[in-house]
Design a protein around this ligand. Structure first.
Ligand code: FAD
Length: 666
């Protein structure tokens, strides 16, 4: 190590973000008097081109060997300044940042105290930077293929983009067909395009593209490896139908003894299916699946004199001997597009969803208004003689959104608009109906959304500001008890049909992917992006990206835009063919390691193994880091009892002097 480092300290004003609360002149003057500091400057925006130029010139002209930048969080600009050092010929890891924005100016009001703290942080950074060692960024080859988990519109779009660029895509979809929730929609706001007309061609493209290997009714079992080199294990669940033989004719379903008795998931339970079924007529692939939880032959071992489906299938596709199949393959990058679930309105018992047939959800109404739905597009509630065509229809917004009482404080972003869309479709199909929407406030933020909201009001849909407190039955009618907060009166509104605009929530099974890929969740439970503004499709796991509602509620335009963003990030990796892996990784001193295995247990990335080594004639176990897997989180270094695990750039001998100066400064 150079005994006489020459340190440059650069204090950023961040416009007025820092300078308003921290005396940046005083901090740089203080820094100029610290040991080994050759130059100390302050500038309005250090991350700007002239700011970076200042650093580069000083490295060249003053012969700086270490750099401290006192500005924002390293998460924001550490990479920017590392590149600055590298461009000036210095090892990029000779950089230390003092976060005087988030840790000083943003959290303190008193200028004197904030300035004193900024000085301390700069002093601590100076104490550490001279002890930093040069690190080398290693490159690994990238497997030229991608895995997409989830075959909704997000996954479909990302798969098509990556495949179009010439790379192999493996798409894994849990259910028997691709399409996701969009396939259940009738029309889409604000343009009222027929959902199936814009989605089904893409579903067909995914299944027929030569670069896409589609695995429906399949599940990711395990993923190991690291960016550029992931090993994937997928379980293809037994359909008990040979999809290479099935022609999708449907003769089997007609003959099934349970035909018309099992609630159809696609039709939200409003229609019925057989135990052997095609989820919906436009399903891709158009292949039948046997529901093993319901099929009489699979659950009871007999189905009359023998399964009728076998007799009915002219192609001989039914195979009750079929087993789950495990397939394994390698990919360079992964996109998670697993979408969302809907809030269960039974959790708000005051709305009577579990009690009354004429309280339904928005998605159930989507199926009722759809020509391909269980009623052929007619809005009818109930069956037989009791069936009614509703005349008084009410929508209730924000059911399971913006509601702390059910743990959903966030806005689901699509409910205001899908309520407006469905209200329009009701007035179109039932011109005599009176439609009103109970709302808290209307969020019509997208392109053409405000105009659509205006149109719906012009069509006669009434908006009543107020959250209903209760729904109960009076005779044949439902009574909504609410307060009209604009008119300042309480009301009891008698209606025939209530539609609950239920919010979007993370999938119940989201943990499966979290456990496999070590992803993080945000407070609302959706998968967490690496940075909300600068890395909205990245995750903390390199090479793994997010698309669509898996990351948070969004409409179709935003879902498609984000899927394209994720595909473009994946393509940067795939097309460059190589990727740099984390340099600030952990290192275990095998000479002092006791082989206790605690670090193996606590490493969240599975990056440490116990290996046998010969220590002076004795075979002993020691821990060893897989450098490509290590993410440099430091858990092993913090947990190691013997101090043998140390993280590069955060070694004890580099951190302790930092702590010492912080303790020494009053
Ligand atoms: C009632 C209603 C009406 C709407 N109307 C509109 C509209 O008119 N216009 C509009 O812009 N938006 C609308 N939306 C929003 C729209 O539904 C979403 O924007 C869109 O579906 C998001 O697509 P996605 O691919 O992210 O998720 P999803 O559609 O949920 O698809 C996710 C897919 O991933 C699969 N999956 C999940 N987990 C796994 C796993 N572990 N492994 C493999 N596969 C998995 C699922 O089976 C599913 O196929 C509406 C939403 C609702 C509730």
């Amino acid at each position: 190590m150079n005994n006489k480092p020459k340190i440059g300290v650069y204090v950023c004003h961040c416009g007025m973000n820092i300078a308003k609360t921290v005396d940046v002149e005083a901090v740089s003057e203080f820094a100029s008097r610290l040991p080994y500091v050759k130059v100390a400057r302050n500038y309005s925006y250090m991350c700007s081109d002239p700011g970076q130029q200042l650093i580069k010139e000083d490295i060249k002209n003053e012969g700086l060997t270490r750099v401290v930048v006192a500005s924002c969080s390293p998460r924001m600009h550490e990479n920017t300044f590392r590149k600055t050092l590298a461009a000036a010929g210095l090892n990029p890891y000779y950089l230390e940042m003092a976060n005087i924005r988030e840790h000083c100016s943003w959290v303190h009001e008193n200028r004197e105290e904030a300035t004193a703290k900024a000085k301390k942080l700069v002093y601590a950074a100076v104490a550490k930077v001279r002890l930093l060692e040069p690190l080398e960024e290693k490159e690994v080859e990238v497997e030229p293929s991608a895995l997409i988990v989830g075959g909704g519109i997000a996954g479909i779009q990302a798969a098509l983009d990556i495949a179009a660029a010439g790379f192999k895509v493996y798409m894994v979809e849990k259910t028997p067909s691709v399409g996701g929730k969009m396939s259940q929609l009738d029309k889409t706001f604000p343009t009222l395009d027929c959902s199936a007309c814009i989605l089904t061609p893409k579903m067909v493209d995914v299944a027929s593209h030569p670069n896409i290997e589609l695995m429906t009714y399949s599940q990711v079992e395990d993923i190991t490896g690291y960016v550029g080199n992931f090993n994937v294990k997928v379980r293809k669940k037994a359909r008990y139908v040979d999809i290479n033989k099935c022609t999708g004719c449907g003769a089997c379903a007609q003959e099934c003894r349970l035909a018309g008795t099992i609630p159809s998931e696609f039709n939200m339970g409003l229609g019925k299916r057989a135990a052997i079924y095609l989820p919906f007529p436009q399903a891709v692939p158009a292949k039948y699946t046997i529901d093993k939880e319901r099929c009489l032959f699979l659950t009871r071992g007999k189905c009359g004199k023998g399964p009728k489906c076998i007799e009915a299938c002219a192609a001989g596709a039914i195979n009750f001997e079929q087993q789950d199949e495990i397939v394994e393959f390698k990919v360079g990058t992964i996109i998670i597009a697993t979408g969302y679930e809907l809030f269960d309105p039974a959790k708000k018992p005051e709305y009577g969803y579990a009690d009354y047939d004429n309280v339904i959800t928005g998605l159930e109404l989507e199926r009722l208004v759809a020509a391909s739905g269980p009623t052929g597009g007619e809005i009818v509630i109930g069956k037989g003689e009791k069936a009614i065509v509703p005349k008084e229809v009410a929508f209730i917004s924000c059911v399971g959104s913006r509601d702390e009482s059910v743990g959903k404080p966030y806005c689901s972003r699509v409910c205001c608009m899908y309520s407006a869309k469905l209200a329009h479709l009701v007035t179109e199909k039932l011109p005599d109906a009176n439609v009103r929407i109970y709302y808290m406030d209307v969020r019509a933020f997208g392109k053409g959304y405000e105009e659509f909201y205006d149109r719906v009001r012009r069509e006669g849909v009434r908006y009543i500001r107020g959250n209903p407190s209760e729904i109960f039955k009076r005779g044949d009618k439902l009574v909504i008890k609410a307060e009209d907060t604009l008119a300042g009166r309480t009301l009891e509104d008698e209606v025939d049909l209530v539609v609950l605009a239920t919010g979007l929530e993370p999938r119940q099974d989201a943990r499966e992917i979290i456990d496999i890929l070590k992803l993080s969740q945000s407070a609302d439970g959706f998968y967490l992006e690496a940075h909300p503004k600068l890395a909205p499709v990245d995750t903390a796991t390199d090479g793994v990206y997010l698309a669509g509602c898996a990351q948070g509620p969004k409409d179709i335009p935003d879902t498609v835009a984000q899927a394209k963003g994720a595909a473009s990030s994946a393509l940067i990796l795939l097309s460059s063919g190589k990727v740099k892996v984390q340099a600030q990784i952990s290192n275990i001193n095998e000479a002092t390691c006791r082989g206790c295995g605690y670090c193996v247990e606590i490493c969240p990335f599975g990056a440490i193994d116990l290996v046998e080594v010969n220590r002076m004639g004795n075979i002993v176990q020691v821990a060893r880091v897989n450098e490509a897997l290590c993410k440099g989180c430091g858990a092993c270094a913090a947990g190691c009892f013997s101090g043998s695990a140390q993280q590069k750039s955060f070694k004890d001998q580099q951190i302790l002097p930092q702590i010492a100066v912080l303790g020494a400064m009053k």
